[in-house]
Design a protein around this ligand. Structure first.
Ligand code: HEC
Length: 167
């Protein structure tokens, strides 16, 4: 019963089964609207909902990504959606003006599952984005992450602070 025998949980992002989904999250430009942290915000597709606060199940996320969301800026990513494949029991004609935009890239069903698993594992249920999460996402100390660093840490390293000024 001694989990402690194994020490700290291993941090092995290289073997993380959701890495494929993370790649899709970037490649399909989910980040463009939902941002790396998934909290969304204003953008060209309207206000993308927070995937951290989402209450959708895995199946519902898969459906949302494949079919988009009619009447909103959430695009569909499944090739043939509303065409060969009915979505929400609608084809293009039925959807009419509610037809969601087409994603910038089509995803295979397998990729849609992968990105949904990534959302479930790394985004859904998350609190405010942290510096550690940001660094993990970008696999580096990207300058994008600096804003989270100043929030999370006291600037106790005066030398480092004096080099990179400028907002
Ligand atoms: C062009 C901008 C845009 C892109 C790209 C985009 N989304 Fe969205 N997404 C939205 C908007 C806007 C909504 C909110 C729809 C609404 O108002 O109900 C949304 C909603 C969602 C929801 C529903 C959340 C909920 O709780 O109801 C999920 C899940 C989602 N997006 C996942 C993704 C994934 C995964 C990708 C990448 C494959 C992606 N989105 C790409 C704009 C976008």
């Amino acid at each position: 019963m001694s989990a402690a025998a194994y020490g700290q949980p291993a941090q092995a992002p290289a073997s993380d089964p959701t890495n494929a989904g993370k790649a899709v999250f970037s490649r399909a430009n989910c980040v463009g609207c939902h941002k790396w942290h998934g909290n969304g915000g204003g953008g060209y597709g309207g206000d993308a909902l927070s995937l951290r606060k989402t209450e959708l199940t895995r199946d519902q996320i898969i459906e949302t990504v494949g079919c988009g969301r009619p009447g909103t800026g959430m695009p569909f990513f499944l090739r043939g959606a509303y065409d060969e494949v009915k979505c929400h029991d609608m084809n293009r004609q039925d959807a009419g003006a509610q037809m969601p935009p087409e994603g910038g890239t089509f995803l295979r069903p397998k990729d849609i599952e992968a990105v949904s698993d990534y959302v479930i594992a790394h985004i859904k249920g998350g609190g405010e984005p942290t510096f550690a999460e940001c660094v993990a996402f970008f696999s580096s100390t990207s300058r994008v992450c600096d804003v989270y660093k100043t929030q999370a840490q006291k600037p106790d390293d005066a030398a480092a602070a004096s080099t990179g000024k400028g907002q």
